[in-house]
Design a protein around this ligand. Structure first.
Ligand code: FDA
Length: 317
């Protein structure tokens, strides 16, 4: 119920305009967002790198409504890729196709993606390409699933090997999508899914989503997938799933640096550090920028305790 309300509010412009002006909301968002400026993001990644962790930088923004906004978002990514290279931090980037103009025109988003991938290739030295010259396409709501996978496939057909995609375990369709991605030898981030989806297309119960997550992870770790060059990134803070993955990869003889765990900036920092210390490849998703509202609402939707914490502080304010 609370989850649905926050996911609904994540699209509401009036609430957004009101909330973004409240000083406490901005402070609260800072728990999940590295800051508004690229320098804030670089600084956050430097700290993570010092703790043995990698990062993926996300310049916040989605559903742009003009070609100018889409091109500006792409330009911001070119800029952050230059900054990644010049600062020497170990991070790749995550992008949303609706930020690059997918709602306006497929070819616009494709052209923006190509310029970002070309730049990523250019700045990622071959030995470090995996760490710095790689671009992950985030997965958005189900209206975009097929279009995102189609565009990913198109990029691969154009010869881009430094691009990866995301699969959401709450969608029934994901087993078929993972099977197709295995044939492509894809680099796949597996997550539970953060948007509001109807029961006709997505598991409503957490337990079913978790079981599906494990079934999909098994597919990505299968000998067939590995033989095709599939790389799995498990994006979750769920200790039960993380423990399962540790056991399963050990049983399958998959090294701790042959897949990765991913978590969000500001969430379960203790667990992030522990996994890195245990020798697992750990990547933290680091969002930054001024468009933090929808991202922040999705984080509130995930955990009622976050909302109570914020409500308490709002009352104090
Ligand atoms: P679950 O929600 O069951 O949480 C497990 C535990 O994690 C909780 O008990 C709590 O301790 C902690 N936790 C989780 N969320 C928290 C929060 N907001 N605040 C505080 N604690 C929290 N989704 C999507 O649809 N498309 C995408 O591209 C991505 N990309 C992505 C990248 C990365 C690196 C991560 C980690 C996640 C995503 N997601 C995503 C979001 C994902 O789908 C999911 O909504 C969240 O990760 C929460 O699910 P968990 O797997 O953590 O489990």
């Amino acid at each position: 119920m609370m989850r649905d309300a926050f996911l609904y509010l994540s699209h509401n412009r009036q609430v957004r305009d009101a909330l973004m002006h409240l000083p406490f909301a901005e402070t609260a968002a800072r728990r999940f967002v590295a800051g508004e400026e690229p320098e804030d993001a670089i600084c956050a990644v430097r700290d993570l790198n010092a703790g043995g962790m990698l990062a993926s930088l996300d310049h916040l923004g989605e559903n742009v409504t003009s070609a100018e906004q889409a091109r500006a978002a792409a330009a911001d990514y070119l800029d952050i890729l230059d900054r990644i290279a010049s600062s020497g931090i170990q991070s790749h980037v995550s992008v949303k196709l609706t930020q690059l103009g997918l709602d306006i025109d497929h070819d616009l988003a494709l052209a923006d993606m190509r310029s970002i991938l070309d730049k990523a290739r250019q700045v990622g030295t071959p030995s470090l390409r995996f760490r710095t010259g790689f671009v992950r396409i985030d997965m958005e709501g189900s209206d975009y699933t097929q279009r995102t996978l189609d565009l990913y496939r198109e990029l691969r057909a154009l010869g881009y090997d430094n691009v990866g995609v995301v699969i959401q375990a709450y969608l029934y369709r994901s087993q078929k999508d993972v099977a197709d991605l295995i044939e492509l030898g894809a680099n796949v981030r597996l997550c539970k899914g953060a948007y509001k989806e109807p029961p006709e297309i997505a598991f409503p119960r957490k337990r079913d989503v978790d079981d599906h997550f494990i079934a999909l992870a098994r597919m990505l770790f299968s000998p067939e997938a590995r033989a095709r060059g599939v790389y799995a990134a498990l994006a979750t803070h769920d200790v039960r799933l993380i423990d399962w993955a540790k056991r399963h990869t050990a049983e399958q003889g998959i090294g701790r640096d042959q897949f990765e765990f991913q978590m969000l900036y500001g969430i379960r920092r203790d667990l992030q550090r522990t996994l890195a210390l245990e020798g697992y490849r750990m990547r933290v998703y680091v969002p930054y920028g001024k468009e933090w509202y929808p991202y922040f609402m999705r984080r509130l939707a995930e955990r009622p305790a976050n909302v109570f914490f914020i409500a308490r502080n709002l009352l104090k304010e």
